[in-house]
Design a protein around this ligand. Sequence first.
Ligand SMILES: NC(=O)c1ccc[n+]([C@@H]2O[C@H](COP(=O)([O-])OP(=O)(O)OC[C@H]3O[C@@H](n4cnc5c(N)ncnc54)[C@H](O)[C@@H]3O)[C@@H](O)[C@H]2O)c1
Length: 445
Amino acid sequence: MSRVAIFGAGYVGLVTGACFAELGHTVAIRDVIASKIDGLRAGKVPIFEPGLDELLERNAERLTFTLDVAEAIDGAEFVYIAVDTPPTYSGDADLSRVWTVIDELPQVGGDPILVMKSTVPVGTGEKVRHALDTRGLEHVGYASNPEFTAEGTAVRDFLHPDRIVVGAFDPADGDRVEQLHKGIDAPVVRADVSSSEMVKLASNAFLMTRISFINEIANVCEAVGADVTQVAKGIGLDHRLGPHFLRAGIGYGGSCFPKDSLALKQLASNSGYHFQLLNAVIEVNELQKRRVINKLKKHLGSLRGKTVALLGLAFKPNTDDMREAPSIVLASRLLAEGAEVRAWDPVADASDILQGVTFCDSPLETVTGADAAVIVTEWPQLRELATAETREAMRRAIIVDGRNLLDPDEVRAAGFAYEGIGRPTTAFSALPETPEREPSQESQR
Ligand SMILES: NC(=O)c1ccc[n+]([C@@H]2O[C@H](COP(=O)([O-])OP(=O)(O)OC[C@H]3O[C@@H](n4cnc5c(N)ncnc54)[C@H](O)[C@@H]3O)[C@@H](O)[C@H]2O)c1
């Protein structure tokens, strides 16, 4: 069993650390945020990720948390970098945190391997190798081992991945990183460092392409009277295409897709290549988030003074991550149109991000007095939204299902107007208003 140091106690660092501990390794996780480390030492997990709390607790004896670089590195055979790499204003990845980790590496002995888990532009490994060499750390190996887990299923994804990708300059380093994953049953793709870095960016770009593709098909379905959910089913059974990432909706968000698409776009254009398809994918996604506004206007006319309930705020279910969530764009567009916005999410706290929004504690409280309810994130709790209780609580019984979560026939049978994405819509019939109801008084949180 090995000793592993992990820099970054975020979504990736914590899951990676907990899973390596589960495999039997001894893991030290270092972060720069004291409250995070204090909390983790006290058994408080700073993020919502199913299964993570249990994994950290079960392997507590093999896990330590520290603010101290030397303590983390002490005796480590692998030093994982799992810090955030957000976009800069130009769209390039901001590698400042990555470089801080490298600059702070002490003059270690032995033959540790620095392993890049963070998503970085192609060419980063070459630069890091050069930096290590110029600092007299030639004996420190380097490998790229990108992460493909998805928030919400990250623990399962890490322990049961589709593949493990390892890129190394020295094959012996690659062998050691591969060996570190012993106990995980998955194909290992060995590559050179640049190709390994590209696998990560290209995989995400391909997934985003599928999402934007099916969203455009959905938009055409709306225009011609087809149902994208049936179309996607028919497409997905083709073994050459497969069923994944063919779910039409209000666009992708999250901490990875938007920034990684920009980073790849910039990487290409900095190298003199105009990545036309990726540009279109990004643009389609931006427009998709805004289509909900027109759907609301179709039923409500001007949104000024109307109350809209946003149900689900995190960028997807089973996470509290609000980074680049479509709800942010939606809420700010609605507020700009003069609407009142009420919102609910079971775990995400968006009070710092969504100024001017009234936060509620339940879907029912959120829709009370609302002119329309929008399903933004497909939390399972919302499957039961279209009840008589909801209908009576709303001022107008209109549901815009941004994730095609509900059965349109059932929703209409329950007395609602229904708008999905790429599905036949309820004719503009201006449903009669239900008796006037005022939103209940609740605190902003
Ligand atoms: N979130 C995902 O689902 C996911 C999936 C695959 C890949 N990635 C990539 O993994 C990387 C990390 O993403 P994340 O979502 O875990 O980010 P995050 O923001 O949740 O966590 C990053 C952590 O690194 C810490 N940090 C910053 N500088 C540090 C330093 N010098 N030393 C130690 N810790 C430091 C931060 O305080 C933070 O806690 C990114 O490059 C991301 O693109 C993320």
